[in-house]
Design a binder for this molecule. Structure first.
Ligand SMILES: C[S@@+](CC[C@H](N)C(=O)[O-])C[C@H]1O[C@@H](n2cnc3c(N)ncnc32)[C@H](O)[C@@H]1O
Length: 281
């Protein structure tokens, strides 16, 4: 999909926008992904690791990263979206992993879709989308062999990109409105995941916060990431913003204009993600 969206381009709100954003996330936050998946690899015990599951796998950054780290294991990528899984399979083929990566299209709200015992489960930014994450966590527990591992990666602090001088304070107001918007739509966002992992029957191994701090340059992936992030937020937040903020945001999103996010040197991605590790006793 092209990154040259224009105002009112409805395709941005399709899965395609999200798939591009996930690919940019893997690129821009490469260091976080390496650290987080490396931590999962080290926490897994020395037992057999035949089957790994990625819940809400998206375009497969976790799936492929785990397939590379767990030699010989089969990685089952579960997602409700065909578009995500198509892209994931193409990446697996590119990376020579097609024989060990399997995709399962399933809505995890409908029940547990993976056969057989599971050794490691990875769920990144997906549990907060499920209607009943506790039920899914109990299903993961039931499917996990004793000694097996669960890793839940979630947002702690939302990513920020902009200097405060823009709008002044525009980004904080956007985040405040986003929080209000999401309080109803995504009630599980920001939960105490360690408590929920434990309640599902896992022993807590650790809860680790990863600090994200990536400076952008004038024409790199940070700009494309910021552009797509705010482009996806705009229709959701436009009615809640005052006209001056909407105008500032539109200037940032005007790919041909002087303020475009795509070509500025002052972006800086900051945020935190938490990875919660549990082991089935
Ligand atoms: C924010 S993305 C995260 C993708 C990936 N785990 C990552 O971290 O890059 C959330 C993913 O969960 C999937 N998803 C959301 N609700 C789902 C459900 N009920 N069943 C299966 N997949 C779901 C979406 O299709 C999307 O690919």
């Amino acid at each position: 999909m092209s990154h040259h969206h224009h105002h009112g381009d409805t395709s941005v709100e399709s899965d395609g926008g999200l798939a591009d954003l996930l690919d940019l996330d893997a690129d821009v936050l490469h260091e976080y992904w390496t650290d987080a998946l490396g931590r999962v690899r080290r926490a897994a015990d020395d037992g057999p690791r035949r089957r790994i599951v990625d819940l809400g796998a998206g375009t497969g950054t976790g799936t492929l990263g785990l397939a590379h780290r767990f030699a010989g294991a089969e990685v089952v990528a579960v997602d409700a979206s065909d578009e995500m899984l198509d892209r994931l399979r193409a990446r697996a083929l590119d990376q020579g992993l097609a024989d060990r990566v399997r995709t399962v299209r399933a809505d995890l709200d409908d029940g547990w879709p993976v056969d057989g015992p599971v050794d490691v489960t990875w769920a990144s930014l997906s549990l907060h989308h499920f209607a009943d994450p506790d039920r899914v966590l109990r299903d993961v527990h039931a499917a996990t062999r004793p000694g097996g591992l669960l890793a839940v990666a979630e947002f702690a602090e939302r990513p920020r990109f902009l200097p405060d001088a823009i709008g002044p304070g525009l980004e904080q107001r956007l985040l405040d409105e986003l929080g209000r918007d999401q309080a109803d739509r995504l009630p599980h966002l920001g939960s105490d995941w360690a408590a929920r992992v434990t309640a599902a029957g896992f022993e807590l191994v650790e809860e680790r916060t990863f600090v994200i701090d990536v400076a952008g340059d004038a024409d790199g992936s940070v700009g494309r990431y910021a552009d797509l992030w705010f482009r996806r937020l705009r229709p959701r937040l436009a009615e809640r913003l005052d006209p001056a903020d909407t105008a500032t945001l539109d200037g940032l999103l005007d790919g041909d204009g002087p303020e475009t996010l795509l070509r500025r040197g002052d972006l800086h991605v900051r945020g935190t993600r938490t990875v919660t590790l549990g082991r089935r006793p």
